[in-house]
Design a protein around this ligand. Structure first.
Ligand code: ATP
Length: 334
């Protein structure tokens, strides 16, 4: 049976890494059918809209999208397309695995953790941001809800169960920010009580950052609010060697979008030398999500084996390979 997914080829290096990723997915035989849709600068130039309605309709119809990086023009009052997509589809869970890979620049070799970041509330409110007329005082609000906290913590525990992981750490600052972070922590405790098979740990965010840098192997799944999650997930990407190998998923009840964490890399766009691994790893997350965990594992193992063999690696990984050459080297190891 084939499954149709929406594919957004994106801007900058986006089309190159997407072509490489679709090539590997085809070799994997995942039975995917692609519905191409446009967004970003490519869509603005063609349709006068950064996020055309047809693209939103396509994602709504297929419920799963694989997306390359998009650029939002600076100035002109454009809201970030990624932020708009998360709002439009209420993609409340930002799921970012950080896993050590061989032959990458990393201080550690034994990291295997996932950050689950709440994506829709917390300190990321568009409304209520104010700077006083004299420019001396600025105010912004934070909103945490029981519903928002409950669904993100439940997502983290369900992810632990479905992937055989053993521990969930709730990261907070409830000792100081007693209202918002306090509510998040209280709800996290309530949800944790319903999952006695999974170990639950609480950690204050500053300590969590120190522990992540000193002993990252102790973590399994981290769940936290929007701003802490933003910072921690990039910290974790840095721990395992940077953005070239960092995938991310944005998951809601009715749609899910899988992407590379890095941007459009305009400095190397069009040269065919970008590393396709982050998008390939996002595709592996997508395969897990659509019920193909065995194919997801085959894909991850092929990536690891290619890195281990140092076969056709791209420049960011110390090689001199091309985007498509790297993808072909991965495909031969499926
Ligand atoms: P944007 O404005 O879209 O965020 P950026 O250049 O500011 O673009 P990134 O695209 O994340 O931010 O790139 C940061 C650096 O990492 C650049 O030097 C870029 O070339 C490099 N880089 C990012 N992604 C890749 C990749 N997939 N392969 C190789 N190098 C990459």
């Amino acid at each position: 049976m084939t499954q149709k997914i929406t594919v957004i080829r994106g801007d900058g290096i986006g089309p190159e890494i997407m072509d490489a990723t679709l090539y590997v997915l085809d070799q994997l035989g995942a039975g995917l059918e692609y519905e191409f849709a446009e967004a970003g600068v490519a869509a603005l130039e063609k349709h006068g809209d950064l996020m055309p309605k047809e693209t939103l309709d396509s994602i709504a119809r297929n419920t799963v999208a694989l997306k390359s990086p998009l650029s939002t023009p600076i100035g002109g009052g454009f809201t970030s397309i990624n932020v708009s997509l998360r709002r439009h589809f209420d993609l409340y869970a930002n799921v970012r695995p950080a896993i050590s890979f061989p032959n990458t620049k990393s201080r550690y070799e034994n990291i295997n953790l996932i950050t689950v970041r709440e994506n829709t509330e917390g300190a990321y409110l568009a409304e209520g941001q104010e700077v006083s007329a004299d420019g001396e005082t600025a105010i912004s609000g934070t909103r945490i809800t029981r519903k928002g906290s409950e669904r993100i913590v439940r997502y983290a525990f369900e992810l632990a169960r479905s992937t055989g992981r053993k521990k969930v750490t709730a990261v907070h600052k409830a000792n100081i920010i007693k209202s918002t972070s306090g509510l998040f922590l209280a709800v996290a405790r309530e949800v944790a009580a319903k999952y006695p098979d999974i170990e639950f740990q609480e950690m204050i965010v500053d300590n969590a950052c120190m522990q992540l840098v000193m002993r990252p192997e102790q973590f399994d799944i981290l769940v936290t609010t929007n701003l802490f999650g933003d910072i921690i997930s990039d910290l974790c990407a840095g721990l395992v060697g940077g953005l070239g190998l960092a995938p991310g998923a944005n998951i809601g009840e009715h749609a899910a979008i899988f992407e590379a964490v890095h941007g459009t890399a305009p400095d190397i766009a069009g040269k065919g030398i970008a590393n396709p691994c982050a998008l390939l790893l996002a595709a592996a997350q997508m395969l897990d999500h659509i019920g193909q965990p065995q194919n997801a594992e085959r894909l991850r193992k092929a990536i690891v084996a290619t890195l281990e063999a140092k076969d056709s690696l791209t420049g960011d990984l110390g090689g001199s390979g091309t985007t498509m050459g790297f993808a072909q080297a991965i495909a031969t190891r499926l």
